[in-house]
Design a binder for this molecule. Structure first.
Ligand SMILES: [Zn+2]
Length: 354
């Protein structure tokens, strides 16, 4: 019996039957080398070549999963491309910066999470634990190995420190302005959400957010209205700035230059639509600056106001849709058809009798 077999045979309770060795546990004798999960296993020391397949698998998995799905920049790019193109590719300059997209809706954004800032806020939790010297094994270990008797707020990592520890120290520098005498931003606790809000900085509420994010709005209407109130629709005066087109003449009236004000209130077609809209709802609203009026408008019935705001959002969406179709087929529908579409969109029941 050679050594390779004896290593398996002398396991305490072995029985030999012919060429096979069975034991009470039911294991069957094998021989070196053999493969386990595709990797060659031998009693000899493995060469680099033996491990190459294992290394390839690990690298492939890191490339596809770790380096991509765990990378906050990559996640952000996927979200941004999907928002502006509906796919994973988008090479143009986005109408709204990602920083503004990630603001809360009441501050003018879409309420998306900024993955990079959220990641910093998560790491900030560790920084906070070190500030308050939390009773945690990891905190004790870090104090013993790295910080020792130094003041954590003034501590600087050495070049020999691990990558993870240096990242934590970077976050400490980024967030230290929020720590004051052992308190976080004048609070006795540090939540990830609180740290994230602090990292976003001081933000100001926009007065149009109840109009845009009115609960009765159709989502796609809200999105176009969100761009329109910020003058971020991709209309001709913006396309000229980017050098995409040379002529900014409005395709709907073929007379004036197309900009946001013209599209919404100045174009003959838009004016006719708003006229019909006002006649339908029987409310005293201006024809120019109706969105600004809607923001300020006081109505006794919140429900009625919400329904009329939803109808306004639907009309802005329809005007934008007509404008885009007109660029291709150079035909305009009758304004009454547009209002009929608005009515179908928002399904206003008994609105005119409220
Ligand atoms: Zn026009």
């Amino acid at each position: 019996m050679n050594r390779e077999k004896s290593d398996i045979y002398f396991n305490g309770l072995g029985m030999q039957t012919g060429n096979e060795v069975l034991n009470l546990s039911g294991f069957k004798e094998g021989q070196f080398p053999f493969r386990y999960l595709g990797i060659p296993i031998s009693h000899k020391r493995m060469a680099i070549g033996d491990c190459s397949r294992l290394v390839e698998k690990i690298v492939m998995r890191i490339g596809n999963w770790g380096a991509r799905k765990l990378d906050s920049v990559w996640i952000e790019r996927i979200c941004r491309n999907y928002l502006w193109s509906g796919g994973d590719q988008y090479v143009k300059s986005p109408p709204v910066s990602w920083e503004n997209v990630c603001k809360a809706k009441k501050f003018g954004g879409l309420g998306m999470i900024d993955c990079r800032l959220w990641n910093v806020a998560l790491i900030g939790k560790y920084v906070w634990w070190l500030v308050i010297k939390a009773d945690h094994l990891w905190i004790k270990w870090v104090n013993h190995v790295y910080i020792k008797d130094q003041d954590w707020m003034h501590y600087q990592p050495t070049n020999n420190s691990s990558w993870t520890w240096r990242k934590i120290c970077q976050v400490k520098e980024q967030m230290k302005a929020g720590f004051n005498n052992g308190r976080w931003d004048n609070q006795d606790h540090c939540s990830v959400a609180g740290g994230y809000a602090w990292l976003q900085g001081v933000q100001h509420k926009v007065n149009w957010w109840p109009l845009v994010w009115n609960r009765m709005n159709v989502h796609k209407h809200s999105f176009i209205l969100w761009l329109a109130v910020q003058w971020r629709l991709m209309i001709k005066d913006r396309l000229i700035k980017f050098g995409i087109i040379a002529d900014a003449t409005c395709d709907m009236c073929m007379i004036q230059q197309e900009d946001h004000h013209h599209l919404l209130y100045g174009c003959q077609f838009s004016v006719q639509c708003w006229n019909l809209f006002r006649d339908w709802l029987k409310i005293n609203m201006p024809l120019v600056g109706v969105l600004e009026w809607g923001v300020q408008w006081r109505c006794r019935s919140l429900l009625k106001k919400q329904m009329i705001m939803a109808a306004m959002a639907a009309l802005v969406y329809q005007i934008w849709t007509v404008r885009n179709k007109c660029r291709i087929d150079l035909q305009l529908p009758r304004p009454c058809r547009v209002i009929a579409e608005v009515k179908a969109n928002v399904r206003l029941l008994n609105l005119t009798t409220m």
